[in-house]
Design a protein around this ligand. Structure first.
Ligand SMILES: [Fe+2]
Length: 149
């Protein structure tokens, strides 16, 4: 029997990013949908799922130090790495704020006029953060391959 090959760090990160991207698309879809009742009904569930997913994802990236395998390969990018790490706290507290603003009473959530633009802005910030992180990871691991030539 073939043992299951453990996933590499980059594979796990890519999988995580894909899963998060899918959830972000679902949340965006909800914001632009016109059925108000459906929107309010799913809002709390999706925002809660997003909060958990984002926290777990960021914990994975911060495990053993933030993006440790990247830091080892591109130590000269320390400033970029530090900036991206700092964004984790900001993004998480912004999301917590959105969830709080959307809470009418415990277990009941609703869109207000302010929530939709807030959610869309947050999704853009999150995607932008992810894009820069992916770029950094790609740079670090491309260099690794060419250094091995
Ligand atoms: Fe991140």
């Amino acid at each position: 029997m073939n043992p299951v090959k453990p996933k590499s760090w980059t594979e796990e990160l890519a999988h995580d990013h894909a899963q998060l991207g899918h959830l972000l698309s679902r949340v965006r879809q909800l914001v632009v949908t016109e059925n108000r009742e459906a929107r309010d009904r799913s809002l709390g569930t999706l925002l809660t799922a997003l909060t958990i997913e984002v926290r777990e994802h960021m914990e994975f990236e911060e495990h053993d130090g933030y993006l440790a395998p990247v830091q080892q390969r591109v130590p000269e990018k320390a400033a970029t790495i530090e900036q991206l790490r700092g964004e984790h706290d900001v993004l998480q507290s912004q999301l917590a704020r959105i969830l709080a603003d959307a809470t009418v009473r415990p277990g009941v959530y609703a869109f207000s006029e302010e929530i939709s633009p807030q959610v869309l802005q947050w999704i853009d910030r999150m995607r932008n953060h992810e894009r820069r992180e992916n770029q950094l990871v790609q740079d670090a691991f491309n260099r690794d391959i060419s250094a091995g030539d």
